[in-house]
Design a binder for this molecule. Sequence first.
Ligand SMILES: Nc1ncnc2c1ncn2[C@@H]1O[C@H](COP(=O)(O)OP(=O)(O)OP(=O)(O)O)[C@@H](O)[C@H]1O
Ligand SMILES: [Mg+2]
Length: 248
Amino acid sequence: MAVVSIINQKGGVAKTTTALNVAASWAEQGKKVLLIDLDPQSSATKAIFSDREFEKTIFDVVIGQADIQDVIVHSEEFNIDVIPAEIMLSGIDMQLAAHFGREQILRKKLEPIHRKYDAILIDCSPSLGLMTINALLASKDIIIPICPEYFSMKGIELILATLRNIRSGLGYKIGVRGVVITRFRDRRVVNEVIQQVKERYDLKVYRNFIPDNIAVEEAHHHHLPVLKHAPRSRAAKAYKQLSKELWG
Ligand SMILES: Nc1ncnc2c1ncn2[C@@H]1O[C@H](COP(=O)(O)OP(=O)(O)OP(=O)(O)O)[C@@H](O)[C@H]1O
Ligand SMILES: [Mg+2]
């Protein structure tokens, strides 16, 4: 069983899209998958369930007002279990400011359900706030999606510095599984970015890049994984291949 967080504090680099489509691909390959939405914007929750309201969400679990087992919902379309998010999460850093052990709440909450799943994926918000730190501490390792067209070295540096701080401050070693290239348009730009990432940070870059493809946006609107909405699209094929590469 692996807990993997999808992290990049930069917005719009396809964290949510990658979490949704990798989760659905793994499910299609027969894995039992839980996707946790840890973003107050709730993009993953909305992409899967549209406007459905949830009485309890990850927020209630983190503040200790719901049992984690009671907030898990199943999605038929994605064939995965989901823990939804809600906007209340946006104030949680303040709410937990005086809470002892606040960085490790999620890790502890996940322990009793680990064995139910082959993989737990966490979709993080574009910040390195308390919930992202909770995701990191609950994870064995992380996946960093980057969009070559808006790539910044500083972004990766900040993530790596956070991992180092967690290691020195709390004693947890969290690895980078690899970097996923998303929404790419131009191969030349991709090659330059890969070279920089490999040379400077010695990180693995997955071979299956995700092209910029309108099918992704359409799939979100239909509340389906792209591999169901448009199985023959370039994005669907790329996500399918990537999910195999990620598992191996
Ligand atoms: N391969 C792709 N082709 C075209 N559009 C894409 C692709 N991947 C993602 N998008 C679109 O880009 C936007 C941002 O994607 P997404 O929400 O997955 O990013 P994010 O990193 O989760 O953003 P945030 O930081 O706000 O959480 C969305 O509108 C999504 O539909
Ligand atoms: Mg997102």
